[in-house]
Each structure stands twice: as C-alpha cells, then as structure tokens.
Design a protein around this ligand. Structure first.
Ligand SMILES: Nc1nc2c([nH]c(=O)n2[C@H]2C[C@H](O)[C@@H](COP(=O)(O)OP(=O)(O)OP(=O)(O)O)O2)c(=O)[nH]1
Length: 137
C-alpha cells in the first residue's frame, strides 16, 4: 500500500482553531481537515507546510513544533500519514483554492465537525490539550 506523507497546520488564534472543509470535488470531499497537503520528495515537512499555506491561502506562515501524535488511515488510494505542526499565519488569508469553508472553532465546536478519518485521533487529542499555544519567535 502506497504511503502518502501529509503535513497539516494547527493554526490557533484567541483560543480557536482554524478548521478547513475540503472542497466537495476533491478526495475526502467535504470532510474537515488541517490545512496543508502532501510532502514532496526531498522537502522538509516544515517547508512543505509553508508552501501549502502559501498556495492555498496566499498567506505567509511560521511553522513551530510538531504535535505529539500523528494521524494514520488507509483509503483505496493509499495510506495517509498525517504530521501536524503548530503554525502561525503572518499575513492575511487572501484566497482559498482547496476549501469550501474555513471556520475558527472552539474545542467543543471542533468536535462537532466531521473530520477526515485520519484526523479524528489528532483533533480529539488536540481538543483535550486545549486550543492554546505560545507562538514565540
Ligand atoms: N491537507 C490535508 N490532507 C489530509 C488531511 N487528512 C487527510 O487524510 N488528508 C489527506 C487528503 C489527501 O488524500 C491527502 C493530502 O493531499 P491534498 O490533496 O490535500 O494535498 P496536495 O495539495 O499536496 O495534493 P494534490 O491534490 O496537489 O495532489 O491527505 C488533513 O488534515 N489535511
């Protein structure tokens, strides 16, 4: 089974998480996810995430630490391994090309959304930890 290495951004502001709904016409369409995408060969996860946030949102980002757990789920197109990193947007979101909706959600609101299966253990753990992170740099 093909392994697909994916990075996702945990973007927090005022104790809310930026949740993104995948566009209906994409793989795992309409499910909620961490913004991000596939890591290209020879690319670091951090560089991949900054690139994806630039492509998807037209925004600059600083990437911080990885989250404590990864997501992992198998689909007909392969096994997705999701590596999440805390990230801060350093400029406004000026476009969305991959998502139907973006929402800033609290811990309890996040748990009401229908997440990609890969993300479910990650969002549960993150909601338990709380939507706070000190972005220092
Ligand atoms: N971005 C993102 N993708 C996720 C998450 N959870 C999850 O299973 N995935 C899956 C969906 C896709 O099969 C794959 C990521 O590919 P993508 O379609 O978002 O990324 P991409 O822009 O690099 O892809 P491409 O369409 O240009 O090939 O990982 C998540 O939280 N964020």
């Amino acid at each position: 089974m093909k392994k697909i290495q994916v990075v996702g951004a945990i973007i927090l502001k005022s104790n809310k998480l930026l949740a993104a709904q995948r566009a209906a016409n994409r793989a795992l369409g309409s499910l909620w996810e961490f913004p991000g995408g596939k890591i290209e060969p020879d690319e670091s996860p951090e560089n991949a995430l900054a690139r994806e946030l630039s492509e998807e949102f037209g925004a600059k980002a600083t990437i911080f630490e990885p989250f404590t757990i990864n997501g992992d789920a198998t689909f007909d197109f392969g096994e997705v391994i999701l590596h999440c990193y805390y990230a801060r947007l350093d400029s406004e979101i000026i476009k969305t090309i991959a998502h139907d909706d973006l929402r800033w959600v609290t811990e309890s609101e996040s748990l009401e959304l229908e997440w990609a299966p890969t993300d479910v253990p990650v969002i549960k753990e993150l909601a338990k930890a709380g939507f706070t992170y000190e972005y220092r740099r």
